[in-house]
Design a binder for this molecule. Structure first.
Ligand code: GLN
Length: 440
């Protein structure tokens, strides 16, 4: 009830929740309470969770922040959502996001932007903006977001909360409405790293519905070595306060007994082009299923089948989604496939191998999560390239599939939150959590 009251008070302004399951959540809270009393409650008993609008939940709507899915109701629950329910979490509502997860500020939602609770003239970050603000404004304890290029970590940084992007292959993508399948991940956001840890224990692990999952038990030997990338801390876009706060963290790490070392990363300039060529290619393919036949919106009175496809998609998709479908279709077209798509796959491999080399010698690669704090609403919407540049520090984890967390790193002079990112070796979520706990 306390969370529902907070939603009642703040959601109209902030626009973090697109739908609130008030009565249902209260009913479930009663059931869980009885289970607690009888000693049969699950691991997440009473945890109040909000879910991003890209995740399917049986008999509930998922719009993916898009008009094209504005009548869609799922017949099944995403594995991650089902696992929360099985452990007695209470799902309180569906959270606003950029359309199909495509965006960095939540301004690409067909249902309006999400405002930052710290300063309502600023963006929440995206694409899991609703999920971040819901936690920031105490409208739920934990959110389930998704991260394809930074969509958990960037809004977490902009809103001063924690967010964990798991290793690709750790959490089932079954029931996640696909954006770029070889990059997409589902992960938790919250105020406390221990909550993220607990949720990860519940949602991770094998699932027959996602063939890219795998379990690994790596023998972990703590070397206490941490690397940071020179090209990132020297980057011209880095806000001075963020740089200073980051170097303070380096000192803190040293005083905790860590060896901190600067490394080169010669592929910084290649990260965003690689990411945007491959994710647009994958999204143009994934989004071809929204044709007016199977899901959601269908145009009225089309002349024929082709006309129905065209009108449905023209009406249903927003501008950014259309831009990406066109770009992705272009890089996959016969004449340009090798020059762009195949080339980007090769560069992805180089980036992965180089990153793994750094992580052979060190346990973690740390950086600021973003180069600046939250932008003003509308500041970057007219310039997509500027918008894409904001993802510079987060996409490496998705291009390589590695796990990464963003934790709060204080506020800048205007009071806006800054984020600290820790990327680890594959399947080292527990180690990332442990280091985060030492720092907060
Ligand atoms: N901002 C990035 C993009 O627009 C990341 C989105 C995401 O992680 N879903 O693709």
């Amino acid at each position: 009830e306390s969370f529902l009251n907070r939603i009642e008070l703040n959601n109209k302004n902030l626009n973090a929740f697109l739908e609130v399951y008030g009565d249902e959540a209260k009913q479930r809270a009663k059931e869980v309470d009885n289970k607690i009393k009888s000693g049969t409650a699950g691991k997440l008993a009473g945890m109040v969770v909000g879910i991003k609008d890209l995740l399917c939940y049986e008999n509930h709507h998922s719009y993916a922040g898009s008009k094209i899915l504005n009548t869609f109701k799922s017949t099944f629950s995403a594995t991650a959502v089902q696992r929360l329910l099985d452990e007695d979490a209470i799902i309180i509502g569906r959270q606003n996001c950029d359309e199909f997860g495509m965006g960095s500020t939540n301004e690409n939602s067909a249902y309006g932007p999400v405002l930052n609770f710290q300063n309502q003239s600023k963006v929440a970050g995206g694409s899991s903006g609703g999920s971040a603000v819901a936690v920031q404004a105490d409208m739920c304890q934990v959110s389930l977001g998704t991260d394809t290029g930074g969509s958990i970590r960037m809004p977490a940084a902009f809103c001063g909360v924690a967010g964990l992007k798991p290793t690709y292959g750790k959490v089932s993508r079954w029931g996640l409405i696909a954006y770029a399948s070889s990059f997409d991940t589902i992960g938790p956001m919250g105020k406390f790293v221990s909550d993220l840890d607990l949720v990860m224990e519940v949602i991770a692990g094998e699932d027959g519905n996602d063939s890219t999952l795998f379990e690994t038990a790596r023998n972990y030997t703590k070397t206490q070595k941490v690397a940071y990338i020179k090209e990132i801390v020297e980057h011209s876009s880095l806000q001075p306060e963020i740089k200073n706060a980051f170097f303070d963290r380096l000192e803190q790490l040293k005083s905790l007994g860590y060896e901190v070392k600067a490394v080169d990363f010669p592929y910084l300039e290649q990260l965003l082009p690689t990411y945007y060529v491959l994710t647009t290619a994958e999204s143009s393919s994934n989004l071809s299923r929204f044709d007016g036949v199977k899901f959601g919106h269908r145009t009225q009175n089309p002349h024929n089948l082709i006309d129905m496809y065209k009108k449905t998609r023209s009406e249903g998709f927003g501008e950014e989604v259309k831009r990406r479908i066109m770009l992705g279709t272009f890089v996959l077209s016969a004449d340009y496939f090798d020059a762009y798509y195949t080339k980007a796959q090769k560069v992805r491999r180089l980036i992965k191998d180089y990153t793994d080399t750094i992580l052979k010698d060190c346990d973690f690669i740390i950086s600021p999560t973003t180069s600046s704090t939250a932008y003003s609403i509308g500041e970057k919407t007219l310039d997509p390239i500027q918008m894409y540049l904001g993802d510079l520090f987060t996409v490496q984890a998705n291009v390589t599939g590695l796990p990464a967390i963003s934790i709060p790193m204080g506020n800048d002079d205007s009071g806006m939150p800054m984020g600290f990112q820790i990327m680890g070796k594959a399947f080292d979520e527990k180690q990332i959590v442990a280091l985060s706990k030492e720092l907060v």
